[in-house]
Design a protein around this ligand. Structure first.
Ligand code: LLP
Length: 460
């Protein structure tokens, strides 16, 4: 599952005591285990070896450059959903030709940036297009850039992944992709465009998906569409199955990667044998268990029957519990030998535990990491708590709400510890506000009124 384990009553990240890391790095901080990331990636590649997929790691799950570099060096491409994520992938040394680019709202500047980086110039890195208007826009911009780009159509297979409604993406009523009926018309209309070559299909049904059946169903619908399109005269050259594989928030909660593969391969392998290239976009299954968030207990208090553990970060550092009601196992970093949990569950069945709310310092009642969680009754000021399975959608969804500096990020490799994102300071919080600048507003509505496009050049 991961390389965070208790030794003599104390939590280790690979071969390093978490307490020793925190003494130098402070809290709140994310600690990642490189060994866990690499072994998850390797297991995925192994499980899907019969279809030899390009594994495009989903940058949104954890976007730290050192993690992207680790995976890029191991052979991964990247799944990006914005110009900023492509910029990160490039900064981590990953070629744009190994990136796939999804997202329902790509701007002109982002599309042009991706084209200029070379995304879409071969059959691997593709624009994953989500609508008719977006396709027309990609084709228009490719023509203006005098480039031919490869595009996959994101289809919405109308499969229920049985996960949180906020992260259900492959149902008809979600905003993503086009439904199967429209997919056929989409190819009729755009399948012969000279600048945007429609060569692939893309889907992503949701996240996390804890059963394999939705994948089987989505794969079967995709295979049927490939046949229909072939009969219509359109040859599909790549299929991107998206991400969504689970992680062990609770011990042994998720199917194994081999179990997902076993469901998908019987339908995918014959297509692979006919020359179709497969792409996967995993995020969570690679990094979720590879990261913990470490917090310090600032205060404890009781209010009536309720006991509160007040920590130095909450929903600002990890939004998932308050946003989705997600479970993250939380346990002291140094609980002592008699209090080491055997399984990560809401109640690890250890003596001397009582229900407590683990909350952050922010001025919101929704600022919690766990409610009524069984934790040692003797927690006190200065204790360190580890929030497990926090590597995915932890730091990447963190905010500076209440002007809280973002957490530091640490990467552990065996006994080597690196700070891979420095702790923010108050200065970094206000840096973009220090020099207000007056905009010249043109009276002619047709001219551009503001110019602050960062490194992206405005076009036209
Ligand atoms: N591909 C596409 C097109 C996606 O939208 C996503 C995730 C992935 C791949 C990667 O999915 P994964 O393998 O990581 O499950 N913030 C939520 C999860 C949102 C997922 C968004 N899309 C959470 O904290 O659970």
């Amino acid at each position: 599952m991961d390389l965070f384990s208790y030794r003599n009553g104390e939590l280790f990240a690979e071969d390093v005591p978490v307490r020793a890391i925190v003494e130098q790095a402070g809290t709140p901080c994310y600690i990642y285990s490189r060994g866990t990331i690499e072994s998850h990636y390797d297991r995925l590649v192994e499980a899907f070896a019969p279809i030899d997929p390009l594994v495009c790691y989903s940058v949104k799950s954890c976007a730290n450059l050192s993690i992207l570099r680790t995976l890029g060096q191991r052979g991964a491409g990247m799944d990006v959903v914005s110009g900023g994520e492509l910029f990160r992938a490039r900064a981590a040394g990953v070629e744009a030709t190994r990136c796939v680019y999804a997202g329902v709202g790509k701007t002109d500047e982002e599309i042009v940036y991706a084209i200029r980086e070379g995304l879409g110039s071969n059959d691997v890195g593709l624009f994953n297009c989500e609508s008719e208007q977006e396709f027309e826009n990609i084709a228009r911009l490719a023509r203006l850039e005098n480039m031919v780009v490869r595009v996959a159509l994101r289809i919405n297979p109308d499969v229920d992944p049985k996960t949180h409604r906020y992260t259900t993406t492959g149902k008809k009523e979600s905003k993503f992709g086009v439904d199967l009926e429209r997919a056929r018309r989409f190819f009729e209309r755009f399948g012969r465009d000279p600048y945007a070559k429609l060569v692939g299909l893309h889907l992503h049904i949701g996240s996390p998906v804890y059963t394999v059946e939705p994948y089987r169903e989505a794969m079967a619908k995709t295979a049927a569409l490939v046949e229909t399109l072939a009969a219509d005269g359109f040859a599909i050259r790549s299929i991107d199955l998206g991400g969504g594989f689970g992680a062990d928030y609770e011990s042994l909660q998720s199917p194994t990667l081999q179990e997902y593969a076993n469901a998908i391969l019987p339908i995918a392998k014959p297509l692979f044998d006919r020359g179709i290239r497969f792409i996967l976009e995993p995020g969570r299954t690679i990094v979720a268990n590879a990261g913990i968030l470490v917090l310090k207990v600032l205060y404890t208090k009781t209010s009536g029957e309720k006991r509160f553990v007040i920590c130095d970060a909450g929903m600002n550092a990890l939004l998932r519990p308050s946003h989705y009601g997600s479970f993250h196992f939380i346990w002291p970093v140094a609980p002592g030998e008699s209090m080491v949990p055997v399984r990560r569950t809401p109640d690890p069945q250890l003596p001397g535990t009582v229900p407590q709310d683990v909350v952050g310092p922010l001025c919101e009642t929704g600022d919690f990491l766990a409610l009524d969680r069984m934790l040692p009754a003797n927690l006190e000021r200065g204790d360190l708590l580890a929030v497990f399975t926090a590597g995915a959608y932890g730091m990447s969804m963190a905010s500076r709400y209440n002007s809280s500096p973002l957490p530091a990020e640490i990467l552990v490799t065996g006994s080597t510890v690196e700070i891979v994102r420095a702790r923010e300071t108050f200065d970094t919080i206000i840096e973009h506000e220090l020099a207000p600048r007056r905009l010249v507003i043109a009276s002619d509505a047709g001219t551009m009124i503001a110019s602050n496009a960062g490194h992206l050049e405005p076009i036209e």
